[in-house]
Design a protein around this ligand. Structure first.
Ligand SMILES: Nc1nc2c(c(=O)[nH]1)N[C@H]1C(S)=C(S)[C@@H](COP(=O)(O)O)O[C@H]1N2
Ligand SMILES: [Mo]
Length: 179
């Protein structure tokens, strides 16, 4: 008896409230980043939209597998277009007047969902890795969609490219870590 009433109530509830996805597209991710703020130890803090990024010298990348730390493949990128992080930092100009100041600098890339990864001046400016660190706004020939857009970052020369693939990139913070 109770069981019958329970089942009847459950069915009634399901009929009264159709699920949110019925007949409508899934809700858009609300993580999209609409601009990139370059802050911290720089002479000119910047706020760059995709339109601003398009005015900087472009960096083009070819086929790239995004692999997770455990080796699983997250996605395969055919091509991407953006600006080298180094070139963005040069626009803002690092505020490091002393001969040894740059060597103490960390560059932190942050995303709208709280994700963050760290680079150093040494690796961006004085190691092969720096060449492959690109803030990108196009993937596979198209503007980024809400899965990783509007702005993202990749460190193409990393052994596993997943961890420093920053989706929904919103900030580049320059910090001097050591006095
Ligand atoms: N903004 C943001 N970017 C991110 C992450 C994240 O949680 N937030 N996860 C990273 C990790 S750990 C990996 S392996 C790749 C692939 O993530 P996926 O597992 O969501 O495909 O995205 C990276 N970029
Ligand atoms: Mo990961």
């Amino acid at each position: 008896m109770f069981k019958k009433i329970f089942v009847a109530c459950t069915v009634a509830t399901l009929l009264a409230a159709p699920p949110a996805w019925a007949g409508a597209p899934p809700p858009a991710r609300d993580n999209m980043s609409h601009s990139l703020a370059v802050t911290g130890m720089v002479e000119t803090p910047l706020t760059l939209t995709v339109a601003d990024l398009r005015k900087l010298p472009p960096a083009h990348g070819g086929a790239l597998a995004v692999t997770r730390h455990n080796g699983d493949k997250a996605e395969s990128i055919t091509s991407y277009k953006g600006v080298r992080l180094r070139d963005i930092l040069d626009q803002a100009v690092l505020d490091a007047p002393g001969h040894n100041d740059v060597k103490k600098i960390a560059i932190i890339a942050t995303a709208t969902d709280g994700y963050a990864v760290v680079f150093s001046w040494g690796e961006l400016y004085n190691a092969p890795a720096g060449e492959g660190v690109v803030v990108y706004y196009e993937k596979n020939g198209k503007a980024l969609d809400d899965n990783d857009g509007e702005i993202a970052l990749i460190s193409a020369k990393d052994i596993r490219t997943g961890p420093r693939h920053v989706k929904w990139l919103k900030g580049i913070e320059v910090r001097k870590l050591v006095e």
